[in-house]
Write a protein that binds this ligand. Structure first.
Ligand SMILES: *Cc1c(COP(=O)(O)O)cnc(C)c1O
Length: 393
């Protein structure tokens, strides 16, 4: 079994596209906030499926919903009505306080669609995005992503995109005019290094958008579904987006994306956008179950409370952590800015049974499943503090 699995890792290296640089670790099973490798070793999971596993692994409500739905129907494009889709769309729209939704299959696809929709309904072409922002890898979404190494090989990208510094109202105000279709922002910049919106920033952006007739697109692909201690992170900022993009943890780890449409967008013209897999009943069943878990358990307020405690502990430990510069985050979305590269820190953590993420080259990012047991969360946090004490090999 072990030799076979090791052989399979080599086989995977041989046939996989080559774009992913993998860790020397084969994960075969997950349960709650634990992942297990091919040798049976257990890890505390602070990767959280890169943000797609807020409900952890093998959540019984997700499994039950998938089992029940797959017996009835998996493939059903939006040529037809479907009761599971109807229930999910109604529940998601009610939860977001937005009247309509377009369902798709990933975060990039949600942002891609949002940009198209913004151009369609405003009849303008300009897009304002943020430096350090990440919105995905498809051509349109990539055009709004900041990281040059992601963008440059694929230029020319779509025209009319401007990037402004995040959290600087005056810079944004200077960039939004009567040609601007939309401003697209994250509520906490995730891939860009875990930078939360400062108090008042998004409200000011919202006011500028309203005044100049641009739409406000919030990309909550990573911050949605309880991650920051609110169902949607923007609730804490007291703003209302015109378009809200969701994916990652929307369906308990099953691939899905969604574009919520506010009153100022209204209904889309017939045939103006589409997706074969979008709104498939299997993903909708998982989405409905995931939303019910979020709404009918204390996971979200718990994430807020635990997140505050973790940030407090990490900040108090800053003087002991020679390798750490700053601690940032909201809820259980936590970033530690390092004085050096994050890669050796990730390795040291893995050797001690904790799996974590980078955000760029110098930020350690923790996205534990919200279902993590408190004791395991503290084990992970203390392990991080320990590892950041020392100079890693
Ligand atoms: C992950 C992410 C995306 C891209 O989502 P994919 O499903 O990988 O396409 C877009 N925006 C944000 C904020 C993300 O964190």
């Amino acid at each position: 079994m072990d030799a076979l699995v090791t052989g399979l890792a080599a086989l995977e290296e041989l046939h996989s596209s080559g774009t992913y640089i993998k860790r020397d670790l084969t994960i075969v099973r997950g349960e709650g906030a634990f992942l297990f490798d091919d040798a049976g070793n257990r890890y505390i999971d602070c990767v959280g499926g890169q943000g797609s596993a807020n409900l952890g692994h093998a959540h019984p409500a997700i499994l039950a919903a998938l089992h029940a739905q797959m017996r009835d129907l998996i493939a059903c494009p939006e040529l037809f009505h479907n009761p599971t889709r109807a229930r999910f769309q109604a529940a998601l729209c009610a939860a977001a306080g937005m009247p309509r939704v377009f369902l798709c299959n990933s975060g990039a696809e949600a942002n891609e669609g949002a940009l198209k929709i913004a151009r369609l309904v405003t009849e303008r072409t300009g897009i304002v995005a943020a430096m350090r922002g990440f919105h995905g890898r498809t051509m349109g979404a990539l055009s709004t992503t900041w990281e040059k190494t992601y963008r440059q090989p694929f230029e020319p990208l779509i025209a009319g995109v401007r990037h402004v510094p995040y959290n600087q109202v005056d810079k944004l105000a200077a960039a939004v005019d009567e040609t601007t279709a939309a401003v697209i922002l994250e509520v906490v910049q995730g891939e860009g290094g875990v930078h939360p919106a400062q108090p008042g920033y998004l409200q000011a952006v919202e006011a500028i958008c309203r005044e100049r007739g641009a739409l406000l697109i919030l990309d909550e692909v990573q911050t949605g579904f309880g991650r920051t201690g609110y169902l949607f992170a923007h609730e804490a900022d007291g703003v209302k987006p015109d378009i809200l993009c969701l994916a990652k943890s929307i369906a308990g780890g099953v691939p899905m994306g969604a574009i919520l449409l506010g009153e100022r967008v209204g209904a889309l013209p017939p045939s103006s956008h589409g997706s074969t897999f979008g709104g498939n009943p299997l993903a909708c069943a998982a989405g409905l179950a995931a939303l019910e878990v979020c709404q009918h358990t204390d996971l979200i307020p718990r994430a807020r409370r635990l997140g505050e405690a973790v940030l407090e502990r990490l900040r108090a430990a800053l003087p002991e952590m020679a390798l750490a510069r700053e601690v940032r985050g909201r809820g259980l979305m936590i970033g530690i800015e390092l004085r050096g590269k994050v890669a050796p820190v990730l390795k040291a953590l893995q050797a001690r049974g904790v799996l974590a993420l980078p955000a760029g080259t110098a930020v350690l990012r923790l996205l534990p499943p919200l279902v993590i047991e408190e004791a395991d969360l503290w084990t992970a946090v203390e392990t991080v503090i320990e590892v950041l004490h020392e100079q890693p090999a």
